[in-house]
Design a protein around this ligand. Sequence first.
Ligand code: HEM
Length: 517
Amino acid sequence: MESIAFLSRQGLAEHLLQSVVVGGLVVVALCIVGNEIIRNHARVSGLKGPKGWPIVGNLLDIRINAALKFQEYAKKYGDVYQVQLGNTCVVVVNSAAAAKTLFISNSQALSSRPITYTFHKLASSSSGLTIGTSPYDDSLKKKKKGAAVALNRPAIQTYIPYLDLETKTFIQDLFNFGKAGTVAINPLPMSQRLSMSLVMTINWGVRIASIEDELFKEIVLVEEELNRVRSTVGNSQDHIPLLRLNPFSTISVKAREMRQRRDRYIAKLDADLAEKVAKGTNKPCVQASVIKYKEVELNESELRAISLSMLAGGFETVTTTMQWSIAYLAQHPEIQDKAYEEIRRFQGSNEPLCDAADDQKCAYVLAIVKEALRYFSVIPLALPRESIKDIEYNGITIPAKSTVYMNAWACNHDPELWTNPDIFLPERWLERPDNPVFTFGLGFRMCVAHILATRELYIILMRLLSSFRIEAPEEIKCDPRSDMTNPQDLIMSPKPYRVLCVPRDEAKLREALSAAE
Ligand code: HEM
């Protein structure tokens, strides 16, 4: 009797277990089917493009190098197509001609940014968004106007003394840490200090004088982590909502921690400046003087957004462009020697610290800057856009609220624009100085500081190449297609390396640097 009861209990338990498993599988299958229907519905009607796998879409295919993979897809699907990143349908633009049509002719329609889970919900500052991550609204227009006033040509003219001081300190650092060319060094912290100090001086009137500064180290660490958090394609949870339920997600923990740490130093910088303003001891700077742009009338959170944007936009971008360039130039002495000759000829003297006020008049050095911006394309997918109204493109309607990526890498390497686009060749810019560079984006949301950034890179390279011969003590891998530190970062940086900065004329350089002190 007992054994019959036992068997029937066991049978019941097995049956229950089977029902739970089958029920669970049915629910999962229904969820997948439901999700597929939603995803299919979200696709742009009539636009070609790969659908990828259920749930993940094309995310797995673009892990190694999204911009290159998108460029490859263009051969099959055309210059403009759609991909499926998890649940997000993205329109990708891959040629110079298509980018001009979409981002310039439809500038206003493509004036917003999509909201992402990892950055916007977890990591963005409690007191507001940066300009680069703000969707389109009236507040964004005011923030952009404030930044434009701070970064237009007349304003940049007033920053020449800052450019002068920071680039001199850069040369001094390379000379000192590299012990006059006898010790191989990684130039990264020196470039980071330069670009960070410049934007901090412009914004808050305070410098970072040394790479040993604790605030410098904190900002470097936090901004580098945020670069990961802002990844366009690397955070799966941005595109697969189910993953947001994971309570142990390391990227979510990092995002929250970095937000708090960033809020702390921005608040401290603002408070220190407010104190100086009250005492009348502040240096002229954007934050202190923005109140005088009466026509803009920014509130506190909009002012804070400008500060955040200066650091987020102006620090890693310039640094990584320099870091790739130095790696490449170290292995191409012929480009360095040509630049050195051109600088000497242009200046008519043997002065290592070239004139900081020179506005990009040495054509060959400007050509190196433009080629570095093009060839390395440090933000390969620019910053994502969202359309605010329907766009007609080649008979297809890209509806409002679509996410659109400009593949800046593909546009910069477009064979319709350049012969041998995969070769680093500054001379191409002497032949076609007016060709476009896509590295700063295009249209309404184009980089607000592209004039400052180009001028900064120019004067850094002028002084660097006229002061030193850069030598590679060992091979440095610096192919932008494969040698990045983390292919999922928003801003791509090369792996760490070391170079020797050998003074071209040590006595003359010592003299110039000591005169500058
Ligand atoms: C080599 C240096 C730089 C590169 C490659 C770069 C690249 C970019 C790119 C690709 C965008 C998005 C453009 C688009 O959506 O079309 C952007 C936006 C922006 N950049 Fe830069 N940038 C650089 C330097 C700077 C500097 C020095 C600053 C500030 C001092 C800055 C501030 C900004 C801001 C505020 C935006 C947001 C514009 C908006 O969303 O309306 N950038 N930048």
